[in-house]
Design a protein around this ligand. Structure first.
Ligand SMILES: Cc1ncc(COP(=O)(O)O)c(C=O)c1O
Length: 417
């Protein structure tokens, strides 16, 4: 309000020739500001509902302890589960690749952007997940877009868990197939949808570990249903890759179901400590996507140094199972401590342990108090989670110490008072 009055005053003075040199500049600024008033109103609305989000800025390398605004904070909200984001082996792999291949990939994968590190990484994932072929993308989000917007077609049915990640939901809403959601455990509804005869093909898509609740999908049940109804099962292992299963191959591997999953999606942005996404399946699926998926075709290939780093991460998954063991021990310890404190951790079974508070404002307040006490644990609010289920999403790293976990418990106890 004050700013617009100021602009008007400038306009008035300019009209009488008093400040003419600045007139054009001021006039343009005025137009720009007024063009975006509607956004300011929406942002104000978000703020008044305690839903406004602003990113933290970390001014150190990633790890269990980071620097934020020059102060050390114990980080309990990152996906750096195996502490690889700043691991010397990963950094060295990226550096070695940078020296040989430079930084940019300079073109899309189908032009001249596919470089040796992309192919080597695809080979390593195929090997890890025991699949014929894999395809690497710039992110896990893009992977889901490419896959889900391309494979299911008009006349097909797409079934998504209600709590699937936004990258799955958005793609589902934008694909040509019919799109339905099911609530986990509501097998009756799922089975009824699968039994419908009006569709050509049916696809079921689930996360393996749910990102905001840390619980597991009922993969054995989904495999049983997909076999009964000849459906295609796609499992997004974003939060499980590296953290469980043989050599870190994920939850499907841990449950002995790897061979039953038609398409596995994953990301290097979490336990692998890098960035980029991938899918793994039969060769014809990969070949089809290479030819048809717009999210693959019309974007520049990921940086080759990132692929070299991700391949090094897969090697660490295999060589250092003790990281997975420490992560699990930390998660079990934290969960049992939280339960003793009477905190609502939902159905968490993994290294993601929510503290469900409910109210947005209260969650923000607790997060702020934790920050003041030296812990970063961002408040997760709608629309990321359902209205009334705001939470702290506590995520563990294998190198968090028991002392850090104990101090977090103490800080949460104090913050709730
Ligand atoms: C289940 C799931 N799939 C996909 C993604 C997207 O992965 P990326 O961060 O690599 O884009 C995420 C990330 O938050 C996720 O939780």
């Amino acid at each position: 309000m004050y700013l617009s009055q100021l602009i008007n005053a400038f306009g008035f003075l300019a009209t009488f020739g008093i400040i003419s040199p600045k007139l054009n500049f001021i006039q343009i600024e005025k137009d720009k500001l007024s063009n975006f008033d509607w956004l300011k109103t929406e942002l104000e609305l978000l703020k008044s509902n305690d839903m406004l989000r602003t990113p933290l800025c970390i001014d150190s390398a990633q790890g269990p302890v980071v620097s934020i605004g020059g102060e050390e904070k114990v980080l309990f909200c990152s996906n750096n589960y195996l502490n690889l984001a700043n691991d010397p082996v990963i950094v060295a792999a990226a550096e070695k690749s940078l020296k040989k291949f430079g930084y940019g990939s300079a073109a899309s994968r189908l032009l001249s952007g596919t470089m040796a590190p992309h192919i080597e990484l695809e080979g390593a994932i195929a090997n890890l997940l025991e699949k014929q072929a894999t395809l690497v993308f710039g992110s896990g989000f893009t992977t889901n877009q490419a896959l889900i917007k391309t494979l299911p077609q008009k006349g097909d049915l797409l079934l998504l868990d209600k709590l699937d990640h936004a990258s799955i939901m958005d793609a589902g809403q934008n694909c040509a197939a019919d799109f339905r959601t099911y609530r986990r455990g509501d097998d009756e509804k799922l089975e009824k949808l699968l039994a419908s005869e009006k569709y050509n093909r049916k696809f079921i898509i689930t996360e393996s570990i749910f990102s905001m609740d840390g619980d597991f999908a009922e993969l054995a049940k989904l495999v049983e249903l997909k076999n009964k109804y000849s459906a295609i099962l796609i499992v997004d292992e974003a939060h499980a890759l590296g953290c469980m299963g043989k050599d870190g191959a994920g939850l499907s591997s841990k449950l002995g179901l790897l061979g039953e999953i038609d398409i596995i999606v994953g990301t290097f942005s979490k336990a692998a400590g890098c960035t980029g996404g991938f899918l793994a399946s039969e060769k014809c699926v990969v070949d089809y996507l290479i030819n048809k998926a717009r999210d693959f075709i019309y974007t520049t290939a990921p940086a080759s140094a990132n692929c070299a780093a991700a391949k090094a991460a897969i090697e660490i998954f295999k060589a250092q199972p003790q990281r997975r063991q420490r992560l699990k021990e930390n998660a079990d310890y934290l969960r049992s401590r939280f339960k003793k404190l009477g905190l609502n951790v939902g159905q968490s079974q993994s290294h993601i342990v929510p503290v469900i508070i409910g109210d947005n404002k209260k969650t923000l307040e607790i997060s702020k108090k934790l920050f003041e006490a030296g812990f970063a644990a961002v408040a997760i609010r709608p629309p990321t989670v359902a209205i009334g289920s705001a939470r702290l999403r506590i995520s563990l790293q294998c190198d968090h110490t028991k002392e850090q976990i104990d101090s977090l418990c103490e800080a949460i106890e104090n913050a709730r008072k």
